[in-house]
Design a protein around this ligand. Structure first.
Ligand SMILES: Cc1cc2nc3c(=O)[nH]c(=O)nc-3n(C[C@H](O)[C@H](O)[C@H](O)COP(=O)(O)OP(=O)(O)OC[C@H]3O[C@@H](n4cnc5c(N)ncnc54)[C@H](O)[C@@H]3O)c2cc1C
Length: 446
């Protein structure tokens, strides 16, 4: 006899049941996206007579210990995907006025960002000029600079070449990720949200309409009206027991910090988004140059992450395993060679620290946001690689999903998980095997 899904998920669970404790919303994952969702939802439902403590964040580790422990703290709005650019622009404004939105502040370093691309002829690059036009239409300051102007905003050791084109995003800023973690904790406390750390979500019990009626955890079972899934690359493992596939995987990325002379850093360095050498650079804590490579765009690399499909079994736990975090000598050398092309002082800098980590990625490299068409009260907020910057605005979007909709919820529709239904993945694999590599062209641009 086939057992109903709810019974199957209960059978997988073996913990202590604390029945009947209820929340309005349970947020799975205390990273930046989960925390932002919890704060916005708590603020909104408080206006309708609920207590903020009716929102509960559950994290199997601690707040900001997943991908949110390893980001570079760069907030920029320039993005070839125009909806993502709109969201990033709104998020930037929210980060800058966080006290108003979350009741706590965050120290921002207004460095701006210098984007560097190849000159494809006549001192221009048509693709990047097109990007400039579309960003400006959205009110994002993204302006081409001459070589001389670009030199003026960089320290002398930054190598800028006459076969490159330069764009300045004046509104881009950077933060120190350790301050972000502090801010997440303070905001959770300040807004009166319930936080269960070191508590693992282990299964779900579904109600008559297929909704999540109860969330089963290592600390007990909780009823709720809504579940926000902000567990990033752990999602496939968490929802596999319910029979839901969540197409998220991880892509390896390395980080290195090069210790430079503070005397050489007299001119503050803008964030350098180097699309000639494919690397992001920023000034880091102790006068270091921090670097990592952006997500890869090629269909084959994306496909490799999905074909290995490690996440349905392991979750993303291997990401936090110390043996997976060491930066190998050969990778260090690769980064050194890359950095030398951009910094004249690189051969006299000192390797400070480094680690390897992972971006969470979807097959089309775009977010998964909003309600899951298969489970009435389940709402996703998943990053797709570079999501720290969007956290406050995606938090507001999640609040609109649980409370009557709104413009952000409308914007989020194009990121619905339903796009992966109807044979999407079958087509994905056929594209991988084909000779055209269509997805390479379709992949989110920057
Ligand atoms: C090297 C690097 C540099 C980056 N730089 C930037 C940048 O400059 N700017 C930017 O915007 N983004 C950047 N990013 C991306 C950014 O770090 C992520 O997009 C963002 O942190 C994702 O946050 P999240 O809340 O979705 O996920 P996470 O922070 O991973 O949170 C998921 C949480 O779910 C919890 N969880 C998992 N399973 C369970 C379970 N069963 N029960 C309960 N909880 C569970 C985990 O413990 C974890 O805390 C960078 C990423 C990397 C790797």
């Amino acid at each position: 006899m086939m057992l109903p899904a709810c019974v199957l998920t209960v059978l997988k669970y073996s913990g202590n049941f604390v029945l009947d404790q209820s929340f309005h919303t349970i947020v799975i994952g205390g990273g930046c996206l989960g925390t932002a969702a919890a704060i916005s939802i708590a603020k909104r439902i408080s206006r309708r007579g609920h207590a903020a403590s009716d929102v509960c964040i559950i994290d199997k580790m601690i707040v900001g210990s997943g991908l949110s422990a390893r980001h570079s703290g760069i907030v920029r709005a320039a993005n070839a995907d125009s909806t993502a650019a709109v969201l990033a622009q709104q998020a930037s404004e929210m980060w800058a006025n966080l006290e108003t939105h979350w009741g706590v502040g965050l120290n921002l370093e207004n460095t701006g960002a210098l984007w560097i691309a190849c000159d494809t002829g006549g001192g221009a690059n048509a693709k990047w000029s097109g990007l400039q036009k579309s960003l400006r239409e959205q009110g994002i300051d993204f302006s081409q600079l001459s070589l001389a102007e670009a030199r003026q905003i960089c320290p002398d050791f930054v190598l800028l070449n006459d076969d490159e084109v330069f764009f300045h995003e004046s509104g881009a800023f950077q933060v120190d990720p350790s301050n972000v973690r502090e801010t997440l904790y303070s905001a959770i406390k300040k807004n009166g949200i319930t936080l269960l750390e070191k508590t693992e979500v282990q299964g779900f019990e579904r109600g008559e309409s297929g909704e999540v009626a109860k969330v089963m955890t290592s600390a007990g079972t909780f009823k709720c009206s809504y579940v926000i899934n902000a567990s990033g690359p752990w999602s496939p493992a968490i929802f596999a027991g319910m029979g839901l596939s969540i197409p998220v995987s991880v892509e390896l990325v390395h980080v290195a910090n090069w210790l430079t002379s503070l005397n050489e850093m007299e001119t503050g360095m803008p964030i350098i988004a180097d699309y000639v050498n494919l690397a992001y650079f920023r000034q880091w804590r102790d006068g270091e140059i921090h670097m990592h490579q952006p997500r890869k765009r090629g269909i084959r690399e994306t496909a490799r992450a999905f074909s290995e499909s490690p996440l349905s079994v392991l979750g993303a736990d291997f990401m936090n395993d110390p043996t997976n975090q060491a930066l190998g000598y050969s990778q260090m050398r690769v980064y050194e060679q890359l950095a030398r092309r951009r910094f004249s002082n690189m051969d006299q800098t000192v390797y400070g620290s480094g680690y390897r980590s992972f971006f969470d990625i979807t097959p089309d490299l775009r977010f998964i946001l909003g309600p899951d068409h298969r489970v009435p009260n389940l709402i996703h907020s998943l990053g797709s690689g570079q999501a720290f910057k969007y956290a406050p605005v995606l938090g507001e979007m999640m609040a609109q999903y649980v409370d009557g909709g709104g413009p952000l919820a409308d914007l989020g529709q194009e990121f619905s998980i339903s796009r992966f239904s109807d044979g999407y993945m079958a087509e994905f694999w056929s594209k991988v095997q084909g000779t055209e590599n269509v997805l390479q062209a379709e992949g989110a641009g920057l």
